[in-house]
Design a protein around this ligand. Structure first.
Ligand SMILES: [Zn+2]
Length: 294
């Protein structure tokens, strides 16, 4: 039997306004849960190598980053539809609720837009006034892509935020008490590394640190939990990072290529379909297209 498995990846689920990277609205998320529950047989990630007696396609739900809105908005809906899921957390964020560089950048650019200030990042030759919410989303994406390989990105984002007249409000992340509660509702906790770095650009010691430290913290904070899932930040990985992840005992290695997975091939990388945005028709069409992907 060679069934395909469709692994979905979500990020923020919230009605909060955040035009730099708009969260999926709670109502849209519920509609997607309803649709996928009807058309797919949803399994926990730990069961992807088992034989399932359903004639539906198999699906797995995953979430990245560990936002507080997962606990607040997504979890009650997952419970309502009896959907098991994976939440991949960034352990440095779970330690202190402070968000990571990408989210900080988004929050910071939103402030520049609302205050009509010019965004200036000399290091990557950017000087511009953001004109509209659409422009904000495009600018945030382009700056994100240009900073991705830059070792100084944390400092650059910090400096950009500090040029604002007031401290920005940061998007809240889950802390350990919420994460612990998630486990009671069929949520598997995975690692999304310790600081959400691009592992491909690090040397061996630092890759080991990111993967080992986050696994250790999760297993200690969650009292002897066995953390077997890792989602590579920004979907960036190579054979070397995969090998190290396996060495530290991760069994399920998640990436972000939009592909389905044959159930006999789970020990390589697990690709995922990202679902985001608030256009119901677009989401519906995307799911329809995904269903046709072999
Ligand atoms: Zn992430």
């Amino acid at each position: 039997m060679n069934k395909r498995i469709y692994v979905f990846c979500f990020h923020r689920i919230s009605d909060e306004k955040s035009p730099a990277y708009p969260p999926m609205k709670v109502k849209i998320f519920e509609r997607i849960c309803n649709y996928i529950s009807k058309h797919f047989y949803i399994i926990p990630i730990t069961e992807i190598n088992k034989v399932h007696n359903s004639n539906k396609k198999l699906a797995v739900f995953t979430f990245d980053d560990g936002y507080y809105d997962f606990y607040e908005n997504a979890l009650p809906i997952l419970v309502k539809y009896k959907i098991p899921a994976v939440q991949n957390i960034i352990t440095s964020c779970a330690e202190n609720r402070i968000s990571f560089w990408t989210q900080k950048l988004n929050n910071c650019l939103e402030e520049y837009f609302y205050r009509n200030l010019t965004v200036e990042i000399q290091e990557i030759g950017i000087k511009k006034q953001i004109r509209s919410e659409k422009d904000l989303e495009k600018t945030a994406l382009s700056i994100y892509l240009r900073l991705l390989e830059n070792d100084l990105k944390d400092l650059i984002v910090k400096n950009l935020c500090e040029k604002l007249p007031e401290q920005i409000n940061q998007t809240k992340m889950m802390k350990w008490n919420e994460i612990e509660e998630c486990i009671k509702y069929n949520i598997t906790i995975g690692s999304h590394t310790h600081t959400h770095v691009n592992l491909n650009t690090l040397d061996l010691n630092l890759i080991e640190n990111e993967l080992k430290i986050s696994k250790n913290i999760i297993e200690t904070r969650l009292k002897n939990y066995n953390c077997e899932v890792v989602a590579f930040p920004n979907g960036q990985y190579n054979n070397f990072t995969m090998e190290i992840a396996r060495k530290y005992g991760y069994r399920y290695l998640l990436s972000t290529e939009g592909k389905s997975l044959p159930s006999n091939d789970i020990y390589t990388i697990i690709p995922r379909f990202s679902l985001y945005g608030n256009n119901p028709l677009k989401n519906y069409l995307k799911l329809k297209v995904i269903e046709l992907i072999k």
